[in-house]
Design a protein around this ligand. Structure first.
Ligand code: ADE
Length: 217
């Protein structure tokens, strides 16, 4: 899987791509995460990527030409490639969506900033408009990072094999239950006795009772 992120702030992705699991997966050649500076696709002296909105209004709007050129140059010839525009008005990102994306070869993420992106990007360039939740971020960068983490851990070899297989087996969502580790008692806070009992049947029942299904269809 190849993640290509188009952004005005590629430096935000530097520490992120060096995080241990992503770093290891990249070293193993399982995936790559590249953040590209949108200004690279401008020709003017000031490398302008935004302008005032037609019809007036507050703030600036990201221009269409650099975005178009960026996508054109990054899009590989392989068919399993998708272009995503992150915006707060997009369709909600879900675990189910992450599973679908994990089957692709390339994801191109366009990170909007400022008051918006020229509407023609949504209409003619992006395959999907995606939001990570009903709130407004400064831009799409954090949304892109959330998607990269979520999709990456569904790619074989990125996270531990056991967790991976367990999650994949449960297509209708997997159980996320409370976890505890040493010590058994901290202050007066006790680890549930059943988890220390060694009774696997009881433990499984407890996990089912206290767990929450994540990513249910
Ligand atoms: N850009 C600004 N807010 C966003 C959100 N909630 N999701 C995706 N992109 C965004």
């Amino acid at each position: 899987m190849r993640f290509d992120v188009i952004t005005m702030f590629p430096e935000l992705f530097e520490p992120f791509t060096k995080e241990s699991l992503l770093k290891r997966a990249q070293a193993k050649g399982i995936l790559s995460v590249e953040a590209h500076n949108l200004r690279k696709w401008t020709k003017d002296k000031h490398r302008v990527v935004d302008a005032k909105p037609y019809g007036g209004g507050l703030g600036m709007v990201m221009k269409i030409e650099p975005i178009f050129k960026a996508v054109q140059s990054l899009k590989s010839k392989i068919p399993k490639s998708k272009v995503i525009l992150f915006t707060p008005r997009g369709k909600k990102f879900t675990q189910q969506k992450a599973h679908a994306w994990a089957k692709l070869d390339q994801l191109i993420f366009i990170c909007g900033r400022y008051e918006g992106v020229d509407e023609r990007a949504a209409k003619h360039i992006a395959d999907e408009e995606i939001s990570i939740g009903d709130y407004v971020l400064m831009g799409g960068e954090v949304a892109a990072m959330a998607a990269i983490e979520t999709v990456s851990r569904l790619i074989p070899g990125v996270i531990g094999k056991e967790t991976f297989l367990k999650e994949r087996k449960q297509k209708t969502g997997f159980l996320e239950y409370p976890q505890y580790t040493r010590p058994e008692v901290f202050r007066t806070w006790q680890v549930p006795k059943v988890l220390l009992s060694g009774n696997h049947k009881k433990i499984e029942e407890w996990k089912k009772k206290h767990g929450r299904l994540i990513g249910r269809k």
